[in-house]
Design a protein around this ligand. Structure first.
Ligand SMILES: Cc1ncc(COP(=O)(O)O)c(C=O)c1O
Length: 333
């Protein structure tokens, strides 16, 4: 896998740290837990989309675009970071945000929604829950074309082959850090939403001799549907990067216990995971992705899934601003 020839903008200085979670490891009595701090990636408040945007924004600029259009939920980390990259590059940005199905906590006053307003109060457009988001993106692009602009659409979550390249690059970064630390991880654990982070990691590791098992904690779809999605995306990434390896469905491992009661809906297990991680390692997770994924990891540890000597790397994919939008939930007893 050679990424050097691909257009790329660098938004982070160097590699994100890998920290040993000493107190958590001791609390559980093994496996050895490590955290990759992708919450410390560049752009406003960091998080996993920054890696995808390095390739997506470079692609938009290469294609002569002056306007980037993307979509997400009201509290979308992907939309926050896309807008942040656009501000930095002097590009116009349009965010199509899907209304929540039911009112939720402080969704419209704080967290990512507040950050959109601070970065550019004209960027957001809210559409009804259940809107066909692909069609909404196309409509927005058509409007921009009629104004003489050159739009570039980024799909929800930035999970196309160009964006997923960011996580294939992350696999290479982990391999190099693993060598430096002298720690060969047996497992890499991450949240699996639009699926691009997991797919990029699986494709990236498929290009190497060293291959930790990537465990995706599904936060949107049930296991089978998510596995089919990530399998397709991983093969798209492998083809895009000419990795020359077919990724089997078995290489895509999904766990969906942490998904309940549904996407972006908080659970007692998520709250426990967020508090335990904060109180043991002083690391803040988020309520929608990394908090649920960590709850899934803690459940696997408690179920005896790992051996005591296993080395497990959890990708902290960011999302912390959304924590503030869920403050009332954390105050509830
Ligand atoms: C903080 C955070 N973690 C994890 C994910 C999931 O990544 P992916 O959509 O690539 O599966 C997202 C997606 O929005 C996210 O914002």
């Amino acid at each position: 896998m050679n990424l050097d020839a691909l257009p790329r903008k660098m938004y982070t200085e160097g590699a994100t740290p890998i920290e040993k979670a000493e107190r958590l490891t001791r609390a559980f009595g093994g496996p050895d837990l490590y955290v990759k701090r992708d919450d410390q990636l560049g752009l406003t408040e960091g998080g996993n989309k920054t890696r995808k945007l390095e390739f997506l924004i470079a692609d938009a600029l290469t294609k002569g675009a002056d306007t980037v259009i993307t979509a997400g939920a009201i509290q979308s980390n992907h939309c926050r970071l896309t807008l942040s990259a656009c501000v930095k590059e002097g590009l116009n940005c349009r965010l199509v945000l899907e209304e929540n199905e039911a009112p939720q906590y402080d969704t419209y006053s704080t967290g990512n929604y507040l950050i959109y307003q601070l970065l550019d109060e004209h960027a957001t457009e809210i559409v009804a829950n259940g809107t066909d988001m692909e069609a909404a993106l196309e409509r927005a692009a058509e409007e921009e074309r009629s104004r003489g602009r050159v739009p570039y659409i980024i799909p929800v979550g930035g999970s196309n082959a160009v964006g997923m390249t960011g996580y294939a690059a992350c696999a290479a970064e982990i391999a190099s850090q693993s060598e430096g630390l002298g720690v060969a991880f047996d497992y890499v654990v991450c949240a699996s939403g639009s699926g691009g982070m997991q797919a990029g990691l699986v494709a990236g590791f498929a290009s190497m001799d060293w291959r930790p098992d990537v465990l995706g904690m599904s936060v949107i779809k049930p296991e089978n549907d998510q596995q089919a999605l990530v399998h397709k995306l991983a093969n798209e990434t492998a083809a895009h990067l000419r990795i020359g390896a077919e990724i089997s469905r078995e290489q895509v491992r999904i766990f969906d216990e942490c998904l309940a009661p549904g996407y972006a809906l908080p659970s007692a297990a998520m709250k426990e995971a967020v508090k335990l991680t904060a109180q043991s390692e002083a690391i803040l997770l988020d309520p929608v992705y990394s908090g649920k994924a960590m709850a899934g990891l803690y459940a696997l540890i408690r179920d005896g899934f790992f051996r005591e000597q296993d080395r497990v790397l959890f990708i902290h994919s960011g999302g912390t601003p959304a924590l503030y939008a869920y403050a009332p939930f954390f105050h509830q007893q």
